[in-house]
Structure formats: structure tokens, C-alpha cells
Write a protein that binds this ligand. Sequence first.
Ligand SMILES: Cc1ncc(COP(=O)(O)O)c(C=O)c1O
Length: 410
Amino acid sequence: MSWIVDKSYRELARIREAKEKQVYPYFKPFESGGLHSTINGQPIVNFSSNDYLGLTTHPKVKEASIEAVKRYSCGLSSSRVQATTTAHVELEERLAAWYGYESCLLFTTGYQAMVGTIMSLADQDTTLVLDNLSHACILDGTFMAAGTPRMAPEVRFFNHNSARSLRRILGSRERKNAMVLLEGIYSLDGDEATIQELCKAAGEFENTVVVCDDAHGTGTLGKGGRGIFEKYDLRAELPVIVSTFSKTFGGIGGILLGQKDVVDHVKHYARSFLFSASLPVPIVAAAATILDMLEDHGEELVAELHTKAAYMRKNLTDLGFDLGLSNTHIMPVMCRDERKALFTHVAMMESGVMMVPITYPGVKKGEERLRLNVTRGHTYEDMDKALELLKIYGEAFFILGGDELAPMEE
Ligand SMILES: Cc1ncc(COP(=O)(O)O)c(C=O)c1O
């Protein structure tokens, strides 16, 4: 056996075990798009989707994509350097105007946008300062930058959402410039960044720039859905925003917003932009159509999401569920035990409600949870059904009440 087969077999032990016990929860194929779909012919309401405004399957969005396929094609077979269309440029200009930033650059994914932004701006004169719960794209961009010969920045972490810890790191950094990397909403815990305090702390230090990944704040925070900077009026304090089309914008694609020269610099130096194919035009057209909706009705769409999220939060807390750090529409149901999370997920799936479990190493041991995202696309019937099932299985598997499950028989 080759060592790669040997390694793969060894390291898949936990996954094999979960599959044998029929509690493996991932990669279940949907038979149609949207929050209401089917798996193996069975109707499923998806509460683990990031389609926060429920616009992904809007007929106008689909129609715009179909028209774009007809006019252009599915893909453009090259990177943006030689595969930019008027649709890309127009959407970049419209997004910059809508967000109120000088310039915008579209990447093929949000992950690439963050990796490319970090790698092209950080160098040997930079200290990268990360929240210790940062998303993989921030970590990977940082580690790739740190591995770049002769350009490696210093890397430091501060305690999650702690301005005090941030001050300590900024005050003891070794490099001239600092880049603080934050997220608007942390998606595993559903808590907002303590952005006002963190920006204030960063502002006390020279040559310090804050970069915010607002993947989960776009479409959900701020009156018009522009994100955390809009909610707290922090455009000046947050000169660089990275976001994505993979949540509210219903597709895939990365967004970089900032001053013109900064965005232009990233455009010419980010390897994840230059060496990966251009965002397909049907996706650009879908995002442009969702932007039309945000421009015309953003406030109503966001308000409806918040009303539904408040309904779910009240009912979950009345039932006694622990929602951890959450203070947004992302409300992890804390199980704090892997088997409780897996069993509840399986039981709920059998009744048509999907809440994907998040287990170690996605979260620390003892912090296992179900991913529950409320979206504007969920109906009150969907939420009531989910609440009823959560109550039944939460009691059956001791998520409510806090007792321990009996040990499994071998
Ligand atoms: C905070 C955060 N940043 C970036 C990304 C990556 O975005 P994309 O799916 O567009 O690559 C995600 C998606 O999971 C995310 O949660």
C-alpha cells in the first residue's frame, strides 16, 4: 500500500466509525436548490444555509443567470486579467457605490478574496493581528503570507473580541505596521465582533489598519444590509472590507472594498486573484439582480430577517436552549457533547429538518452544537416545526436538562 493510502485510511477512522453507526451528517446530496429541498425524495427544510435573505431561488435571479449563459457562457476559461466582462466591471462599480467605498474588486470566492488581500498587503514590515476564532480564510492567508520567503510578516493572536488583549498585542508588536483582522459576525458562534471597542483600540496605535471579513454581516447587519460598518457607522475605521456572494448574494464570489489604490494594488499582486479563473458571468448576473433588490427594498428585507430571528430566539430561549455567544440570526444550539449533536441531527433529519452538527475539530471538545441559521426565506411554519422537533429531541437526548447520555454499547 502506498503511504498516501495508508495515511488516508488511518486518518479517516472517525469518519468510518460515524458512517458505520449511520450518524455521518455531511455531504448529503440535495435534489433541488433553496431552503426547501429534498434528500432521497424526502422534503427537508434547511436551517444550516447561509442564504440569509432567501433570495437565491428568486425567479428574477434565476432568469438573470439564464440570460447571462445565453449571452456569454457558463465560464470564461481564464483569469480576470484576460477574462473580464462589462458585467464584472459594472457590478464592481455598483457595489462600490452601494457600500459607499471608493473601489471594489470581485474575486472568484470569498476565501480567495481574503487570502489574496492578506498576502498582497502584508510583508516583512507588517504584524498580522488575528482574533483567535478567525475563519480558515484569514488563518490560511496569514500562514501563506508567513511562509513567503523574505516577505514573512509577524503573526500574533488576540483573545476573541477582547479590546484589552488587542491593545496588549498591538503595544508589544515587533513590526512597524499592523493589520488587525476581524469578522463582522463569527459564524460558528453567531456573535458580532465587538467592533466599536476593537476599532477604538486599534485607533490608539500608529500605522494600524483594520480589515473586516463581513461575509455574514452582508445582507444581515445595518439598516440597509451593508454590514457591520453600516450598523455602527464605522466606514472610516474599517477602510478594507472583504465579503462574499456565497451567503446573501446567493451564489459564489468574493468582494473586496477599499480605497482605489489599495484595491488596485491587490488586483495586481493577489495570486489568488491572478492565478484563478474569473467569476462566471451567470453568477455575476445573479448577484447584480440581488443587488437591485437590496437597493430597492434592502431595509424591508433586512427587517423581515430580524423579525423572524427574534421570533426564533425568543422561542429557543423560552424552551431553555443554550445559544452560546450568539446575538444574531445565527443561533447555534449548544449540545456540548458530540453524540447529543449527532443523534439530534439524525432524528431531526428523519422528520424533515436539517441542522448540521458542528463537532471537533470544527469546535473544541465540549462545544459541539447544531448549526441553526434563521433566514428571511424560512416561514413561521418552518420555525414552529423546527422548535417542536428541537423540544422533543432536545429532551430525549438530554440537551435540555443537561443529563448525560448512557454509554454506547460496543
Ligand atoms: C467568515 C467567512 N469568511 C469567508 C468565507 C468564505 O467565503 P466563500 O464561500 O465565498 O469562499 C466564509 C464562508 O464560509 C466565512 O464564513
